[in-house]
Design a protein around this ligand. Structure first.
Ligand code: ADP
Ligand code: MG
Length: 683
């Protein structure tokens, strides 16, 4: 048997179960083995019936002597079974599972786990779990042990998962065990106090003791973090082997560069200067830069990229500047056009709606990420900026290379990536951090508004708009995921828009902006808002990234509890961009103290990194970016909160790379390859 076997070959497994497993992306035995339990139910005490005590949680084993369906007057079906061992009898009851009676006919061997109750002299149990046994000594799956409890998603029960995984592990130990060779050299195992991998897989699912369950979890978490970091390091090594023909020099162009910086409308912050130095060192190297720039909303990433683009221009290279949306691309185009207005740098905007002829004649081309997959002819690209993307995948890099260019890359994001996450997932990148805001920014004041104060908040906003011509973003709740739900989201926004424009703000110009509008319509609405022709913009979370409208000083977020804090932080970054005080109102109908605490934390804090780290602790990594589309963030068993483990695995990766060749460890090599393939198909 092999772990690469497909789940279709699992014995006595219904088509429905197969389908459900596939819905969870479980296709092979190996995948199934990596569906880990999140806790165990302790049914490990097995007791003879004679010694049972009221209130005990135990497993009893015996033979069925009597079994019957009974009906109550209310029509409820009760399954009553009398189980006997050598020492006595116990009555077992289930509810509404009439098929059990057929399964448990007299003579059947049975193990059942649950709490013992006594009615007079009669012992009873409502079993939480049971095993039908061929022989009384047969190994139990659901009883008589620490029983794994799995996340029950897409209609799969723990019981089903347990049976399938039990089968795989059983079958595996019964065969020669070839399928699971140790992946690490002896000293890594010893130094990190790890248990053997095959023991770990057994004990994560069917632990012999709590101690072993813990050790199993540690071992598999170690594996997971190790593989991720190791793969990243390999990518990095490959990257560093690439020779570029486009080293970008600073020295000969220093006078021009300094003049450019002097003529900027502001002085660069120290953080901007520091990051710039890091980049200038990188782009002079023999291999392409692969740098990731993190900086809170408004920290001034664009201008840093623009300075580098200018230097690339001086070196006679072209720059590609990509943003996630057309609106943002447009905005970058405007910003760059403004910054370069006194320089002989030609800039083109290339979007779905606007195509430029003779692109190759331009020094800078701005567009969406779609530029990557477009056929365009630019021979001399030396620098590529990818804005608001968390990860520049292997696949995207390949797209650039397929175009025959191998430029220096700068990926930028305002999403704060906690250190542990960055260390783990971004091992192939160099990371820069703009950890300082331009002077004179006034932090946004944020308020959590419970439903009884909503009216007052609307009134206050009405006054502000009337008296100070403040402009307002109203962000509708995020209803995520499927297309269907996107539509729901749009619908919610429409309803909200109707209500607000008629009932709450009848005197103001209110518009609705959502993701399903045509690009042209979106542009028009954004432009109207930007030039002050609209007071209030009702939107879905499409305003999340990058938009720069300084006069907008008020934001309402509806259903604030639905957003991850890092996302809320990005939303909030749309305001607070002028010299006036800005205000953010978080509306929630929820009174759950956890929700209130989270949102209060957010209201009191303005540092994006701290907010992201807090949310990582409280809600897990999915919340940093929103969900699904960033599936790669979902560690299966390790956690980003476990800094010591991340550190340990990082050291182990470095040790192995230094001391050995990967080819010395075929099992590890195979594992890493599989992980890489998974990554590429996911990107
Ligand atoms: P982000 O990092 O969120 O992309 P931007 O690059 O859009 O931020 O910059 C936000 C605003 O700050 C822009 O209007 C930009 O001109 C301005 N800005 C950038 N750097 C500075 C600075 N050093 N001093 C003052 N304003 C700056
Ligand atoms: Mg930006």
């Amino acid at each position: 048997m092999s772990f690469s076997q497909r789940i279709e070959s699992l014995p006595s497994t219904s088509i429905l179960t197969i389908r459900r497993l596939k819905n969870l992306d479980i296709k092979t035995y190996w995948d199934l083995l990596h569906y880990f339990p999140f806790r165990y139910e302790d049914h490990s005490i097995v007791s003879s019936i004679q010694h049972l005590q009221e209130g005990e949680k135990v497993t009893v084993k015996g033979t069925v002597v009597w079994a019957k369906n009974e009906f109550t007057r209310r029509g409820l079906k009760i399954q009553k079974v009398i189980l006997a061992d050598d020492t006595g009898k116990i009555t077992l009851t289930w509810y509404n599972q009439p098929y059990l009676i057929r399964l448990l006919s007299p003579g059947t061997h049975l193990a059942a786990s649950g709490e013992i109750k006594k009615y007079g002299a009669t012992l009873t149990m409502e079993p939480k779990e049971y095993d039908v046994l061929k022989t009384i000594d047969q190994e139990t799956i659901h009883t008589g042990r620490l029983v794994p409890i799995y996340p029950e998603k897409k209609g799969l029960s723990s019981r089903t998962l347990r049976e399938k995984i039990f089968f795989i592990l059983k079958d595996y130990t019964a065969t020669d065990g070839h399928a699971m060779q140790e992946i690490f050299p002896e000293e890594i195992i010893r130094f990190n106090d790890l248990i053997e991998e095959s023991v770990a897989y057994q004990n994560i699912h069917f632990p012999k003791s709590k101690e072993l369950a813990k050790k199993a979890r540690q071992r598999l978490a170690f594996d997971e973090l190790f593989i991720i970091q190791f793969a990243a390091r390999l990518v990095r090594q490959e990257w560093e082997k690439e020779a570029v023909g486009n080293r970008i020099q600073t020295k000969p162009y220093e006078p021009q560069l300094n003049a450019f910086m002097r003529n900027l409308p502001f002085e660069l912050t120290n953080a901007q200067k520091k990051v710039l130095r890091e980049i200038l060192l990188d782009i002079f190297k023999k291999y392409p830069m692969n740098r990731f720039l993190q900086g809170d909303v408004g920290s001034g990433k664009t201008v840093v990229a623009a300075i580098v683009a200018y230097l690339a221009f001086l070196n006679r290279f072209q720059t590609l500047f990509m943003a996630p949306t057309t609106i943002l691309a447009q905005q970058h185009f405007q910003t760059l056009t403004y910054l370069f207005k006194n320089y002989p740098v030609s800039i083109a905007l290339q979007t779905g709606a606007r195509k430029t002829k003779h692109l190759d004649k331009n020094h800078i081309v701005v567009g969406t990420h779609a530029l990557l997959s477009q056929k365009f002819l630019m021979r001399n690209v030396g620098f590529v900026v990818i804005d608001e993307q968390h990860r520049f995948g292997v696949r995207q890099r390949a797209l650039l290379k397929a175009k025959g260019i191998n430029p220096h890359l700068l990926t930028m994001t305002a999403t704060p990536i906690p250190r542990t996450v960055a260390l783990t997932l971004y091992g192939e990148l160099d990371i820069s951090h703009l950890d300082e805001m331009p002077k004179g920014r006034i932090p946004v004041q944020t308020f959590l508004v419970p439903k009884e104060k909503r009216r007052a908040a609307y009134d206050w906003i009405t006054k502000k708009v009337k008296q100070e011509s403040a402009q307002v973003f109203i962000v509708c709740p995020l209803i995520e995921q499927s297309d269907h739900e996107t539509m729901q989201s749009v619908k919610a926004a429409k309803i909200e828009y109707e209500y607000l424009s008629r009932k709450i703000f009848p005197d103001f110009k209110v518009e609705l902006l959502h993701g399903k509008l045509k690009t042209k319509e979106k542009e028009e609405i954004m432009n109207n808002f930007a030039r002050g022709a609209l007071h209030i913009l009702v939107t879905t979370s499409v305003v999340e990234v990058g938009i720069d409208i300084p006069q907008a000083t008020i934001m309402i977020v509806e259903g604030a509890e639905r957003f991850g804090l890092a996302q809320l932080h990005q939303l909030r970054g749309r305001i607070g961009r002028s010299t006036k005080q800005s205000y953010c109102f978080l509306f929630t109908e929820k009174e759950d103290p956890h929700i209130v605490r989270r949102l209060n934390y957010f209201s009191r804090n303005t540092n994006g990194m701290r907010i992201a780290e807090y949310d990582l602790e409280v809600r897990g990594p999915g919340e940093i970016y929103g969900t699904r589309q960033h599936g790669y963030l979902d560690l299966k068993i390790a956690t980003f909160a476990d800094y010591p483990m991340i550190e340990k695995t990082k050291n182990a990766v470095e040790y192995l790379l230094k001391k050995y060749k990967l080819s010395a460890f075929p099992a590890l090599k195979k594992r890493v390859n599989e992980y890489q393939i998974e990554q590429v198909t996911r990107d």
